[in-house]
Design a protein around this ligand. Structure first.
Ligand code: GUN
Ligand code: ZN
Length: 439
């Protein structure tokens, strides 16, 4: 039986990249719109004056005042086992990994601990309006089991993988090329394509994998072309120098992944700060994307992502929190920092493009844009209701704003989880300030 519901308010979603396409091609916006959901999927979107008349009797209609309805946010790179060590300090990436990250991740061989943190982690994503994330577990399969189980309870579309790391790390977080491959394969067979879940082959980064392990990851990637590939690249100068020492034959850090068949569609690499143009071109040509993680890049002092150079090379990028190097689960706060990263380089991150990065760009990076990331009819109805009156200051500032772009800039500059009035998964409200914040 058909289950119709409708949501009335300002509605925005993206059809293309506003950095490349004209406004009329890039987004659809209704100041007074209606989003109609049928059995968890988008059935219709249009102006209220037309659609309200067409709603059948008995269709539940929810009115959202002082709000903006958008597709749920997509976080393309986040570490579940780093939830409890967010805001840990550290002087730079490699120091932070050794002092805080590896010890925190070593606890995830304990399935009970993994389940407790994973449940909190998923609740925190939803409270922040994130309906899909690509998640790194620890090296332990139990951590990924816990993330998938927590996501499955709420029927989230989510991607996760166990990190592969067989050198240059403590024994408690180390696997071997053989055990890493065996565990990854078992997790793929058990979870990939189950419900709304997908697997990502996840070598942590080149320095913590031997050639043998990277080759094994590449073989798995070839064997399972619809599985994702997920890692880090060129985040920090000392890391880049280390990669040059460990792989003296390589032209660049990107070349190491390329050599092992790890650059392809459905491959996402976090950071990509220290790339040269041949790297960007090669990544673009391969179909790989960058996950831009500005709060992490600033917090760890890693550097500034060059939006203009990526655009010039046609290299796609989407948005990521990178918690726990990143300092917030909120993609609104992440966008606020991305804006400042652009400013520091004399570049501009237009507000409309920013919200494209947090929604459709993520879906495209993940090759899931035929299901999520926009309100295309038939897509899965994962959406959020952003509160334009979440705080007195935001309400006051939005009341003065004249345009959509101004309101978006206010949200990304002043907003955070207080602005997430509701998060809907397949049409069902599961979190947000309107229902007590967490599932
Ligand atoms: N590079 C390798 N591992 C990590 C990690 O956990 N966080 C970040 N930001 N960079 C990494
Ligand atoms: Zn990361």
């Amino acid at each position: 039986m058909s289950q119709l519901s409708a949501h009335r308010g300002a509605v925005l979603h993206f059809l293309a990249d506003p950095g490349i396409h004209s406004n009329s091609e890039a987004y659809e916006y209704h100041d007074d719109g209606v989003l109609v959901i049928d059995n968890g999927r988008v059935a219709a979107l249009g102006p209220a004056e037309h659609l309200l008349r067409q709603l059948p009797p008995g269709c539940a209609l929810t009115e959202h005042r002082h709000a903006l309805i958008m597709p749920g946010f997509i976080d393309t790179h986040i570490h579940m086992p780093q939830t409890d060590m967010i805001a840990a300090g550290g002087s730079n990436l490699l120091d932070w990994l050794e002092r805080y990250t590896f010890p925190a991740e070593s606890r995830f061989d304990d399935a009970d601990h993994a389940r407790a943190v994973a449940d909190f982690f998923i609740a925190e994503l939803l409270a922040n309006g994130t309906t899909t994330a690509q998640v790194l577990g620890s090296v332990h399969a139990a951590s990924v089991e816990a993330v998938f189980a927590a996501a499955e309870k709420l029927n989230l579309r989510l991607i996760a993988g166990k990190t592969l790391m067989d050198r240059n790390c403590p024994a408690a977080v180390r696997d071997t090329a053989a055990s890493g491959e065996r565990d990854s394969r078992a997790l793929i067979e058990r979870w990939h394509g189950r419900g709304r879940l997908h697997y990502a082959i996840t070598p942590r980064f080149a320095p913590t994998s031997t050639d043998e392990q990277l080759a094994s990851a590449g073989r798995l990637a070839a064997e399972y072309p619809d599985v994702h590939v997920h890692s880090h690249v060129a985040e920090n100068p000392a890391e880049v120098a280390w990669v040059r020492e460990l792989f003296p034959w390589s032209r660049s850090y990107v070349d190491v992944y390329d050599h092992y068949g790890l650059l392809r569609e459905r491959a996402i690499y976090a950071h990509g700060i220290y790339l040269d143009d041949p790297d960007r071109q090669r990544m673009a040509e391969s179909g790989a994307w960058i996950a831009h993680a500005p709060t992490s890049n600033l917090y760890l002092g890693s550097g500034l992502f060059d939006f203009a150079a990526a655009d010039a090379a046609g290299l796609g990028y989407a948005l990521a929190t990178d918690v726990g190097g990143g300092t917030s689960f909120s993609l609104l706060r992440t966008l606020g920092e991305a804006y400042k990263v652009a400013q520091l380089q004399g570049q501009r991150l237009a507000p409309l493009r920013a919200f494209y990065l947090a929604t459709l760009a993520g879906a495209r990076a993940l090759h899931l844009d035929d299901r999520i990331g926009s309100f295309r009819v038939g897509n899965e109805a994962d959406f959020i209701v952003l509160d334009l009156a979440a705080t007195p200051l935001i309400a006051r500032r939005c009341a003065i704003a004249q345009t959509l772009a101004e309101r978006l800039l206010i949200l990304m500059t002043l907003g955070d989880d207080r602005c997430i009035r509701a998060t809907h998964v397949l049409g069902r409200a599961v979190a947000g300030t309107a229902i007590g914040r967490r599932p």
